[in-house]
Design a protein around this ligand. Structure first.
Ligand SMILES: O=C(O)CCC(=O)C(=O)O
Length: 242
């Protein structure tokens, strides 16, 4: 599938902090992505399964065969437009919010990046370590040079966990946690069809609701950045996908 995305998508991402692409992967490509995930041995600390969510952290490290299936000409073309000087994948997570899931995600910005190990660097902090993973809040400039592409594998609307976002909130810098609740009045819900993608900036305020639907909501959350980290720091999942 050859396509160009053009100025509208780039302008929407710059102005609003997000954009919805209704078609990035064909139905056959979506089927291949799902078959690849379903054939993986879903065991180990990076797999989290409960009644309300199935998540795979370090998705491409756990299932490397997904790399060539994701890196279609359409994805590569999109990345070339978003990052003309090149970029790398920095994080990939699979989220299945199953039918009727009670999993909801409160309003937040994506402020942390995963790194291989802790090393002090100006502007980096605070740090967290959870189940062997080291994460740090980088300077805002790193977050501003990152774009998340959420590849949707099911039709998704407000009933099955579409992301809610506050348009333009990525331009507010890091929003203090205690003021987030008062900044979500203008929220909008981002429906995306299967095979489509939602692009978003990490600083965009976002949340998602419980599912009231009989349909699952399977998503691949892929973060791309053009940033190089300072000496001593390295992205935990860095991968060239283009
Ligand atoms: O997939 C979702 O419903 C929410 C995920 C999210 O907010 C995140 O990854 O930051």
């Amino acid at each position: 599938m050859e396509m160009t995305f053009g100025r509208t998508v780039l302008a929407d991402v710059a102005a609003n902090g997000f954009a919805v692409l209704p078609l990035l992967y064909s139905p056959a490509e979506v089927a291949a992505l799902l078959a690849c995930v379903e054939s993986a041995p879903a065991a180990g600390p990076n797999f989290r399964r409960s009644q309300d969510v199935f998540a795979i952290r370090n998705l491409l490290g756990e299932i490397p065969a997904l790399g060539p299936l994701l890196a279609t000409p359409a994805l590569r073309g999109l990345l070339g437009e978003l990052f003309p000087a090149g970029c790398h994948l920095t994080k990939a997570i699979y989220f299945d919010k199953p039918a009727g899931s009670n999993w909801l995600v409160a309003w937040h910005q994506d402020l942390m990046i995963n790194v291989a190990r802790r090393a002090e660097a100006p502007g980096y902090g605070p740090w967290t370590t959870k189940t062997g993973w080291v994460a740090v809040q980088p300077p805002v400039s790193v977050l501003e040079n990152t774009v998340t592409i959420r590849v949707h594998l099911d039709d998704c609307d407000a009933t099955n966990g579409a992301l809610k976002v506050v348009p333009g909130s990525h331009r507010r810098g890091v929003v203090p946690a205690e003021t987030i609740a008062s900044q979500t009045d203008a929220a909008t819900s981002c429906a995306v069809p299967a095979g489509g993608a939602m692009l978003m900036k990490p600083l965009l305020l976002h949340a998602s609701s419980r599912s009231t639907s009989a349909r699952p909501r399977r998503v691949m959350h892929l973060e791309f950045s053009a940033e190089e980290l300072p000496a001593g720091l390295a992205w935990r999942e860095r991968l060239a996908l283009t």
